[in-house]
Structure formats: structure tokens, C-alpha cells
Design a protein around this ligand. Structure first.
Ligand code: ADP
Ligand code: MG
Length: 698
């Protein structure tokens, strides 16, 4: 058995810092570092040198092509490959790659969603190199991470606003750090470690399910006699086939510099999780996209299919993504970590209450950032966080915040009243009871875990919102504190005031209960149940103000994202509904008819043998299945009508609402009866693999 030398292969397919130092002339390297660290623009001669070094390195690794790798608003990555060849004039070719090709590309933008931006502006789009994320090699192609914009500069992708939001947070956080006398920090970054859930199923079986192939989830399927009730899969021993997949996956990810760290079985059978070590948010986002892509690829190699859909199976836990998020400095300080001195603590508390205020004031945006038709099946379904955004800080920290707000001593032994900036925070143990899995947003000692993301989501949207809303609160705090005559007094008052005004968002209890839904309503918290309820947050005047103030989105960009999200909702439901109708007409009804015919023939044969023979089983089955077939037939027609009426709506919001309120219920009715038919039909006659086949087969 060959031994894997991890340090040797790690990052071997990445044009990372090591490789740059090795291969770039020193001045070029320095200039590039400046660009990376300070966002300075790069001049063309330097770009030429970098491009040439990149090309040599790529050729040595067997590459023939390069591509700008970008993240359009479809939520997945896009690439268009160009070879390095260039005619030499004598019939031969040279392998060339210029600085211009490195820094800018012009893919045809017209086939990517633009949400109306195209009509208003220009059809063409361009991609521009993001030097803060390393180039890498995938499938013998040099991939250059890029942003994707329209010719007039509007963002057409997920990366551009993410970079803008990181910049906004950097600006505002630095203002706060300066107030605390910190002069050595020059850059503040957010960090993210996204935990990725997924299902693995047999590939042959996958291919036999039209619904999985076309929509990523099962639209039919009766529950098997055994579901996940025994909960024996969670952290259970990993099956050899899955272990081989994971080993292969890790190796591929490590070569790409992805810090794949933890892997385990999840709650549902056939469900697993992979968590990387955290990195800066831009890299984490790129790496999560790569992880999802490589998962699919490696699964195929192992005869399996990787399902990233939020709810592939009804009645079985769906998949999410936990976005562990923190704020840290270029000097290595985690700003969400309580410190040792009164001032460090005060700084921690200020960042903490900034996030509390942000989550409270922008619940709608956080909810919007995780809204998708797939995630609608999870949020609020008692397996994932509820659709209500609230925040968990643990009992100890909760009590400290209480004492600060009310000017009380922290424990009965303390005599002194806690004062921000004067007293050290009482030592509170890291809350190990954080296994409050029902909380959508939990403080876990030195970071926040935002748990509402769907498994197939790009993490960009959620982090754009997190970074921006936190930047906004920090900017408000800085405005107040910068002009305060007495900093400590102002700080203490600000922290108290913020806790008082926003503590309604704090909730440590069980988020799955009906009491919480009622309590949240009493507190005035939002409960945006569906995607169609959540998307309008993009156009709320308070949110337009927020995004434009910090330069994250223009109003036109927000409109475009609103349109795209609404359209995506309608399109997804449209495909699902049409797939159901197709399956019913071409597979399910014919199969059931054949089975009914078989039973009828048996019935007639038995009666011919002996008119008094008991044919009760055949008779009842035929009767029941015939009735169900007739119902299903009608329901498929009704679903078709619902789809046509929804599709006829011209306003995107009205249309999405029509899909939600007319099409979705019709899909549910149809599914109930088909699933019922499945339980009455001979397994050999059923035209597709069952739930038991799919989730217990790997
Ligand atoms: P768990 O959530 O199971 O308790 P950990 O606390 O170890 O696990 O972390 C889960 C994820 O959080 C990992 O991806 C880890 O790298 C990430 N993480 C840890 N510290 C930070 C941080 N400061 N910023 C962002 N992510 C972090
Ligand atoms: Mg976790």
C-alpha cells in the first residue's frame, strides 16, 4: 500500500505563496503581495511576469488550457476553457499566456442570469482576476479565480459583493480598533469554516430516478419501514465504500489546498459531513464551491452519486451547511474571543453586541440569504433551525449580558457591579451545552455558527449579509464613540443600551416548539416561512440603504438579485412539477396498470377454476389501485393546470407566489396518492428504486 505524504501533496496543484516565492522575481512577488494585501491595482508588466510564471508552472503539471473561474448568480461555478496555443507563423505553435489574459476575460455573459441588468446596461460581461484567491489546476486546466461583472461594473456574480463586504467590515472594524488604541492592526478579515453535509447513493439507482436526475431530490417515495429513528448512523462506523470515497476526496482537496479536516456520518442513513479548517471568507467560499464540485466528481468514480440537495428524501433529515464565522486581525487576533484585560474584554463585548444588534435589526436579510426552494423543506421542519432568526449565547454569557445591562454584580459573591472597560469579564466557561442544535445562530466561544444555510448554497450570500450588517453596526458604534468626550463612559453606556434594545433576539431554549413560535411573535421577531416571503427583504428601503451606504450593492444590483431569486423559485417548482407529471404518465400509471392487469388476470383465472374461490386479495387490490390510479390521473391534470396558470403570471413576485400557493400544494396531493400506490404495489412492478433501495444500498 502506498503511503500518502500529505505535507508533500498539500497545495501541489495551487499557485500559492510558496510557489510564487519560488518562481517569481523578487520585485514581482513584492508588487503582487502589495496588491493582495492592500487591494492596489497591478500594472501590466507585473501581470505579464506573473502570467508567464503561472503558465510555465501549469505546463509542467500537464495543463493545456486556462480558464477564468467565476461564480455567476446560478450559485455554481462557471468556466470557459482556452488553450495556451498561439501560432508561431511557421506552422507550429507556442504555448502563451499574457498578463492581459490573466487579469481580464470576456465570457459571453448573455447566458448567465442577470436579473434585468443586461437589458438596462450591456449584454457583455467581463471577468477580472481576484489575486487574493490562488490560481489552481483542475482537469489539466489552469483555473484563475475571478469576479464577473457587466461592462458598466455591475456585479453579476457572488464573489464581487463578498469582496466588497469584506472591505466594508475591514473599514469599520479598523475604526473601532483605533478607538481602543490599537495601531498595529492594518487589516481585519472575517473567517469562515463551513461544515458541508451531503448524501451518497448508488449511481445506478440514481440514474433510474428521473426526479433525482432532473431535480436533485425525490418527488415520490413511500417511507421505508425503517427510517432514521434509531439514530445509529450519527458518528457511526464509516462503511468501506464510503471510507474509500472520503480518502480519495481528501486527497483531491488537499492537492487543491483545501483544509479538509473532519468527516463523519450524519444523522440520516447515507448522510455524511465534511468540515474544513476555517480560512478567510473569500477563500472559504471558493474552497466550498470546489469541495462541492469535487465531491460529485469523486463520488462518480466510486460508483456513487453525491446529492447536495437540501431535502433529497421526505421523512429523512435534509442537508445543511453550518457557517462558522468570526472576525480576526492580520496580527492573528480573534476579535470574538474574550481577552484577559479589561480593555480587551470591552473590545470583545463591543463586537459581540454589534453582532447581536446586527442579527436583530437584519433578521430579514439573514433569512433571505439562505432562502431557496430546497431549503424551504428544511427550515422550520423540526430538523433544521426554524425559519425564525434568533441567537444563542449560552447561559453564562447570557447572564453576564444581563448583569451588564442591569448594572448588577455578576454572581452573588461579587460585590462590584460590572462595568465595561473597567472590569475584566468574569471567567465564563466556553459553553459546552451549545449542542442547542435548534438555534439558527449560536455563539460558540470564539465564533458564531450560522446554521440556516442549505447544503447546496454558495456561502457567499450569507457572508455578504453577515459582513455588511456587522460593518453597519460597527460604523454606528464608531460614530458614537469617536466623538464621545469620555470614551469609557460612552462605551459602557453603548453596550448597556445595545443589550437592552436588542436582547429580544437572544433565545437559549428549544427552537422547535410551538411555544417558541408564539413567544417569538410576542417579541416581534420575524417568521418568514418561505422563500417567497423572504426575498422581498432585498428591496426593503432600510436594506437598500444599508447595502448602498457600504458600497455592497447598487439599487439596480439589488433589483437584479430580487428578480433572479424569484425567477429561480418559479423555475425550480416548474421543473419539479413537470417532472412529476412526466413520471406519473410515463412510468407510474403504466406500471400500476400492468400490475392491476396481472391481478385481474389472476382473479379471472381463479374464478374460472372455481367460482367460489376466495379472490378477495386480488379484488380489493384491483379496486383500490384502480381508484388511486384514477385519482392520480386527475391530480396530475390538476397539477398541469396549476403550472399553466402560474406560468402565465407576468410579475416575478406574483408568479413565485402562484407556484408556492397553487403548484406546491398540488404537488403534495399528487405525491401522497402515488406514495400510497407504491405501498400497495408489487416491488418488482414498481418502476423505480424505492427509498429503502436508495438510502440503505451504499
Ligand atoms: P463543532 O462545531 O463541531 O464544535 P469546531 O468548533 O471545531 O466544531 O469547529 C467547526 C468549524 O468551525 C470548523 O470548520 C472550524 O475550522 C471552524 N472554526 C473554528 N474557529 C473558527 C474561527 N475563528 N472562525 C471561523 N471558523 C472557525
Ligand atoms: Mg458545528
Amino acid at each position: 500500500m502506498s503511503v500518502l505524504n500529505v505535507p508533500e501533496i498539500f497545495g501541489s496543484l495551487v499557485f500559492d505563496d510558496r510557489t510564487m516565492q519560488e518562481r517569481l522575481p523578487r520585485e514581482t512577488y513584492r508588487a503582487l503581495q502589495k496588491t493582495i494585501q492592500n487591494g492596489k491595482s497591478l500594472d501590466l508588466s507585473i501581470a505579464n511576469t506573473v502570467a508567464s510564471a503561472m503558465k510555465d508552472w501549469a505546463l509542467e503539471h500537464g495543463c493545456t488550457h486556462f480558464t477564468h473561474w467565476f461564480q455567476p448568480m446560478t450559485g455554481i461555478t462557471a468556466e470557459k476553457h482556452d488553450s495556451f496555443i498561439s501560432p508561431a507563423g511557421d506552422g507550429s505553435v507556442l504555448m502563451e499566456f499574457s498578463g492581459k489574459e490573466l487579469v481580464r476575460g470576456e465570457p459571453d455573459a448573455s447566458s448567465f442570469p442577470s436579473g434585468g441588468l443586461r437589458a438596462t446596461f450591456e449584454a457583455r460581461g467581463y471577468t477580472a482576476w481576484d489575486p487574493t484567491s490562488y490560481a489552481f489546476i483542475k482537469d489539466r486546466t489552469l483555473c484563475i479565480p475571478t469576479v464577473f461583472c457587466s461592462y458598466t461594473g455591475e456585479a453579476l456574480d457572488k464573489k464581487t459583493p463578498l469582496l466588497r463586504s469584506m472591505e466594508a467590515l475591514n473599514r469599520q472594524a479598523l475604526r473601532i480598533l483605533r478607538l481602543f488604541g490599537n495601531t498595529d492592526v492594518t487589516r481585519v478579515l472575517t473567517t469562515v469554516g463551513p461544515e458541508q453535509e451531503y448524501f451518497l447513493i448508488d449511481r445506478e439507482l440514481y440514474n433510474e430516478r428521473e426526479d433525482l436526475v432532473l431535480t436533485g431530490r425525490t418527488l415520490f417515495g413511500a417511507r421505508p419501514p425503517r427510517g432514521q429513528e434509531l439514530e445509529d448512523h450519527y458518528f457511526g462506523a464509516i462503511k468501506p465504500k464510503v471510507a474509500a470515497f472520503m480518502a480519495d476526496l481528501n486527497e483531491e482537496l488537499w492537492k487543491l489546498g483545501v483544509l479538509a479536516k473532519t468527516e463523519h456520518n450524519e444523522v440520516a442513513p447515507a448522510q455524511h459531513e465534511l468540515a474544513p479548517i476555517f480560512s478567510n471568507t473569500n477563500i472559504a467560499c471558493d474552497h466550498n464551491q470546489l469541495t462541492m464540485e469535487i465531491m460529485k466528481k469523486v463520488a462518480e468514480r466510486h460508483g456513487m452519486y453525491c446529492l447536495l440537495h437540501e431535502k433529497p428524501f421526505e421523512g429523512v433529515n435534509g442537508s445543511g451547511k453550518h457557517n462558522n464565522w468570526s472576525i480576526s486581525t492580520n496580527t492573528g487576533l480573534n476579535l470574538l474571543e474574550p481577552g484577559d484585560s479589561p480593555m480587551e474584554n470591552a473590545q470583545f463585548l463591543l463586537f459581540l453586541v454589534a453582532v447581536i444588534k446586527a442579527v436583530d435589526e437584519y433578521q430579514d436579510l439573514l433569512r433571505m440569504s439562505v432562502a431557496s426552494p430546497g431549503n424551504d423543506h428544511r427550515l422550520g421542519a423540526n430538523e433544521a433551525p426554524p425559519a425564525i432568526v434568533s441567537m444563542f449565547v449560552g447561559d453564562e454569557l447570557g447572564e453576564i449580558l444581563d448583569c451588564l445591562e442591569q448594572g448588577k454584580p455578576y454572581s452573588h459573591r461579587d460585590k462590584e457591579i460590572l462595568k465595561v472597560g473597567v472590569h475584566t469579564l468574569p471567567r465564563f466557561p466556553k459553553d459546552t451545552t451549545d449542542r442547542n442544535r435548534t438555534s439558527p445562530f449560536a455563539f460558540t466561544g470564539n465564533k458564531f455558527e450560522f446554521r440556516m444555510l442549505g447544503s447546496s448554497d454558495s456561502i457567499a450570500d450569507a457572508n455578504v449579509v453577515l459582513n455588511t450588517i456587522t460593518a453597519e453596526e460597527l460604523s454606528q458604534f464608531a460614530d458614537t464613540l469617536e466623538t464621545a468626550p469620555d470614551f469609557e463612559k460612552a462605551l459602557d453606556a453603548l453596550v448597556k443600551k445595545t443589550i437592552k434594545e436588542h436582547k429580544r433576539i437572544l433565545f437559549n431554549g428549544d427552537g422547535y416548539t410551538d411555544e417558541w413560535v408564539e413567544e417569538a411573535e410576542r417579541r416581534g421577531l420575524l417568521n418568514l416561512k418561505t422563500t417567497v416571503d423572504a426575498i422581498p427583504a432585498l428591496l426593503d428601503p432600510k436594506n437598500i440603504k444599508l447595502f448602498t451606504k457600504h458600497g455592497i450593492f447598487t439599487e439596480a444590483e439589488l433589483h437584479s438579485r430580487y428578480e433572479i431569486s424569484m425567477e429561480n423559485y418559479s423555475k425550480t417548482l416548474n421543473i419539479e412539477a413537470l417532472t412529476m407529471i412526466d413520471m406519473v404518465n410515463k412510468k407510474i400509471l403504466p406500471a400500476v396498470e400492468r400490475y392491476v392487469d396481472e391481478l385481474s388476470v389472476t382473479f379471472l383465472h381463479k374464478k374460472a377454476l372455481n367460482p367460489n374461490m376466495n379472490c378477495h386479495v386480488e379484488y380489493d387490490r384491483v379496486t383500490e389501485l384502480s381508484q388511486l390510479s384514477a385519482d392520480v390521473y386527475d391530480e396530475a391534470y390538476a397539477l398541469g393546470d396549476a403550472v399553466r396558470s402560474a406560468a402565465a403570471e407576468s410579475d416575478v413576485a406574483v408568479q413565485a407566489r402562484a407556484y408556492e400557493q397553487r403548484v406546491l400544494p398540488a404537488m403534495e396531493v399528487l405525491r401522497r396518492d402515488v406514495d400510497h400506490m407504491e405501498t400497495l404495489t408489487d416491488e418488482a412492478a414498481w418502476p423505480m428504486p424505492t427509498y429503502a433501495d436508495l438510502i440503505y444500498h451504499v
